[in-house]
Design a protein around this ligand. Structure first.
Ligand SMILES: Nc1nc2c(ncn2[C@@H]2O[C@H](COP(=O)(O)OP(=O)(O)OP(=O)(O)O)[C@@H](O)[C@H]2O)c(=O)[nH]1
Ligand SMILES: [Mg+2]
Length: 170
């Protein structure tokens, strides 16, 4: 089966875990603050997506950076009702975009159900107009499915066999 590794980054409470668990469990429910980096697996078409779920707590920033190295796509999630969360997502983007040019970088404005106002568009879209940008609500499975389908379509999926090419035996 084809595999794709993705990581969701973004500020505390912007909705990363809600997005990922809705994709996995097909329901929007309560979530606790993530400690460190968690993950979930789910299927998008015929691709198995392994989605790393990073805590938004800055104290886990260094450990999160380690996980970024091995993913195919980075989702920079922010809360559309919070300017601070947009700033934080943009900081992540500036830190990673140039150093990981072969990865897919996707900007995701979450919690669209909370506002029908035209909230700030990420300024990185002016500098990097080719960047994929989605506005979603973690409550809407169809919006999430469209997001992940688009990511799967542009990212060259890894084959399962590649995981056996390198191993460390302790
Ligand atoms: N209205 C609304 N609430 C949301 C949405 N997404 C998440 N939430 C709520 O926002 C709160 C935080 O969601 P989480 O998914 O735990 O956020 P997180 O980004 O994983 O947070 P950390 O793990 O602490 O970094 C929860 O109360 C969710 O129910 C959304 O799209 N709409
Ligand atoms: Mg979380």
């Amino acid at each position: 089966m084809e595999r794709l590794n993705v990581i969701c980054l973004g500020s505390l409470g912007c909705g990363k875990t809600s997005i990922i668990t809705h994709m996995r469990d097909k329901r929007f429910g309560a979530s606790k603050a993530t400690m460190g980096v968690d993950y979930a697996m789910f299927q998008v078409g015929n691709v198995g997506v392994r989605c790393w779920d990073a805590s938004g707590d800055p104290k886990f920033r260094r450990v999160t950076s380690v996980f970024v190295k091995d993913v195919d796509a980075v989702l920079y999630v922010y809360d559309v009702t919070s300017e601070d969360s947009l700033t934080e997502a943009e900081e992540w983007f500036y830190e990673l975009k140039e150093s990981h040019p072969t990865k897919i970088h996707v900007f995701v404005g979450n919690k669209c159900d909370l506002t029908d106002r035209y909230t700030t568009v990420p300024k990185i879209l002016k500098e990097y107009p080719e960047t994929m940008y989605f506005r979603v609500s973690a409550k809407s499975l169809s919006a999430l499915t469209s997001l992940f389908r688009a990511v799967v379509n542009v990212a060259p999926p890894r084959r399962e066999e590649r995981r056996t090419q390198c191993c460390i035996i302790l």
